[in-house]
Ligand binder design. Structure first.
Ligand code: HEC
Ligand code: HEC
Length: 380
């Protein structure tokens, strides 16, 4: 999507689709050229025909997933030894897709946690998220940090026999692949921004809250701290949402599924609306103070018994969270609704307002079960 204009303005010749050779590549020449006579010789016995030295597009994104560094052997799907798997404590709903995630942190680098709530990742960081439906790889998404405040990202679309995955920036709606034979949407790169620009350094889930929960696996907060991968000792290495099991599960679900857009950060796409993100400092203040109670979270102060600007069927105003009444709570209603098949998602009908075509029934139930336990709100 944005490749062509960026090419035209910044590079002129040598664009992604330009058949003419780009000429010597400053970034990869030099050292590599001295050590290896040619990139082809470097390929090794079981590598494919792909020449990764020529795979990088002008915007620093590889055309093929195979060249992105995720795999040591693409044919066997063996993950490279310096790439580590992880799972955040609560996963985002992706229309039933099964997901795997990996992170690469350059050797010796540290994640800057001086802002405990908004981490800054080292230059060279890469994160991948793979989506499988019915046991088959559909897409693998990539974020790659080039410089301070500069990330590039794309998704790689797998072919039917899973032998190749090629960069796809324009998005795709795949009929019949979602739950109940509905559509599955591969986001466009512009849609990535609508969620990912909501956090200061664009990374979601690989943060203090996502990695600090007891249900996180792989590169957890405790492991990163123990491995010296953080710029300082964190205020805590395990975090938990407040409230009983019903409340904390619901809060965790809202935090992951709604918080990246609904928060006070400058880039958040719903920053002007209610804020549903739970901050690491809510759970473990950097000064060692007490964690916040449920009633002190933004989700509560901006949601519980707060009027939403829409009339409900009784002629009252919906509340974001109306205690005891999930069916009159706008957050639950929009989370539990999707546009009809064949239509484009809109914020008036569904939350999240993009990409998703199927309701997260289990997640919405967690939320509704909690709302059902809350005291009724004062009458309007
Ligand atoms: C509707 C919101 C949404 C959209 C659109 C979206 N993501 Fe994400 N993404 C998330 C959330 C939330 C997480 C963290 C939770 C998880 O991993 O389950 C995440 C995690 C990731 C991760 C792992 C951690 C990180 O932040 O790097 C990658 C990689 C990623 N997304 C890439 C992409 C790319 C590339 C696109 C567009 C092609 C995209 N995402 C579109 C919400 C979104
Ligand atoms: C991709 C970003 C994104 C995600 C993720 C997201 N929202 Fe929103 N939300 C928005 C935007 C943008 C608006 C404002 C839409 C408008 O005013 O037209 C909005 C508005 C709302 C509103 C107010 C609607 C109204 O009529 O005033 C509610 C309630 C809401 N979101 C709930 C949720 C819930 C619950 C979740 C998680 C299940 C969620 N949102 C996830 C972007 C998002």
């Amino acid at each position: 999507m944005f490749v062509a204009p960026a090419c035209a303005i910044a590079w002129g010749a040598g664009c992604a689709d330009d058949p003419s050779p780009v000429g010597p590549d400053d970034s990869d020449a030099g050292d590599a050229g001295v050590i290896e006579a040619s990139p082809v010789e470097d390929a090794g016995p079981d590598a494919s025909e792909l020449d990764c030295a020529k795979d990088l597009d002008a915007d620093e994104i590889w055309k093929h997933l195979e060249c992105s560094g995720l795999y040591a052997s693409f044919a066997d799907k063996t993950v490279a030894p310096d790439v580590k798997p992880y799972k955040p404590g609560v996963e985002f709903w992706s229309d039933g897709a099964e997901k795997q995630r990996w992170v690469y942190l350059p050797p010796g680098s540290k994640i800057d946690i001086s802002d405990w709530n908004e981490w800054t990742y080292p230059r060279g960081t890469k994160l991948w998220k793979e989506f499988k439906v019915g046991g088959k790889r559909i897409e693998t998404r990539l974020f790659k940090k080039l410089a301070d405040d500069t990330w590039v990202h794309t998704t790689y679309r797998w072919n039917a026999d899973e032998t190749d995955a090629v960069r796809k920036d324009g998005g795709e709606v795949v009929a019949g692949l979602g739950p109940d034979a509905g559509p599955y949407e591969v986001p466009s790169t512009g849609q990535c921004d609508q969620c990912h620009m909501g956090r200061k350094d664009q990374v979601l889930g690989f943060d203090a809250v996502g990695l600090g929960l007891a249900t996180a696996t792989g590169e957890t907060l405790a492991k990163l701290a123990a491995d010296g991968a953080l710029s300082a000792a964190p205020p805590a290495t395990t975090l938990a949402f407040p409230g009983d099991a019903v409340a904390s599960s619901a809060i965790g679900w809202v935090n992951t599924n709604c918080g990246s857009c609904h928060n006070a950060n400058a880039g958040a796409s719903a920053g002007f609306k209610s804020h549903f993100l739970v901050r690491a400092s809510d759970l473990a203040p950097a000064d060692g103070g007490a964690p916040k109670a449920v009633e002190e979270l933004d989700l509560w102060t901006q949601g519980y018994c707060v009027d939403a600007f829409r009339a409900d069927p009784d002629g009252n105003t919906y509340m974001y969270i109306r205690g005891g009444a999930p069916e009159r709570s706008l957050m639950s209603i929009l989370a539990g609704s999707r546009v009809p098949a064949g239509e484009l998602p809109t914020a008036g009908v569904q939350m999240p307002p993009i990409v998703s075509r199927a309701v997260d029934h289990a997640g919405v139930k967690l939320f509704d079960d909690w709302i059902a336990t809350l005291d009724a709100c004062p009458p309007p």
